[in-house]
Design a protein around this ligand. Structure first.
Ligand code: FES
Length: 166
């Protein structure tokens, strides 16, 4: 299993979000197999699953926090960190990988001082590795929000990041 990176970004959930989540959990509390729908609902409300939210799910469904944490970290559909203002994603699909996207990701980790899966403390950047995004002709590819950059070499990274500051 890959390393789990918990966020260092302060939790900013609101009372309204908590109320909405508790109401949703009350509805499905007695349903069989309710953990996945509960986590999907929680992620829908908060955008990710910080430990504070996992605790609410644990309390309401009466499921140990360890189990919730295990499920949240096992399935790639669940995010433990919020998306940064600039969401940087590197494709590690086969075409990109054979053309060096592993080196692109390493360079980004160094430049952003973030591991893949992490979000910077100020919430500006998040970094992810993704599957094929359908631009294999441009391999290796990365995206920053909706912008796509292709045919990259590691030395392209500082110039790309310079466009996304402030
Ligand atoms: S493998 Fe990277 S875009 Fe397809």
């Amino acid at each position: 299993m890959s390393k789990v990176k918990l966020t260092t970004v302060d939790f900013t959930g609101t009372k309204q979000q908590e109320k909405e989540l508790r109401e949703k959990l009350a509805e499905i509390k007695n349903m069989d197999g309710n953990l996945m729908p509960a986590l999907q609902a929680a992620q829908g409300i908060y955008g990710y699953l910080p430990i504070e939210v996992q605790k609410i799910v644990s309390e309401e469904l009466n499921v140990p926090l360890e189990e919730i944490f295990g499920v949240s970290t096992f399935y790639s559909q669940f995010k433990l960190n919020p998306t940064g203002k600039y969401a940087v994603a590197v494709c590690l699909g086969t075409a990109c990988y054979v053309k060096g996207s592993g080196d692109i990701l390493s360079r980004l980790e160094r430049e952003l001082k973030l591991d893949a899966g992490g979000t910077s403390h100020d919430g500006m950047y998040s970094l992810e590795a993704t599957r094929c995004i359908g631009c294999c002709g441009l391999a290796p590819v990365l995206t920053v929000n909706e912008d796509v950059y292709g045919k990259l070499v590691p030395d392209d990274i500082p110039g790309i990041l310079a466009k996304y500051q402030g």
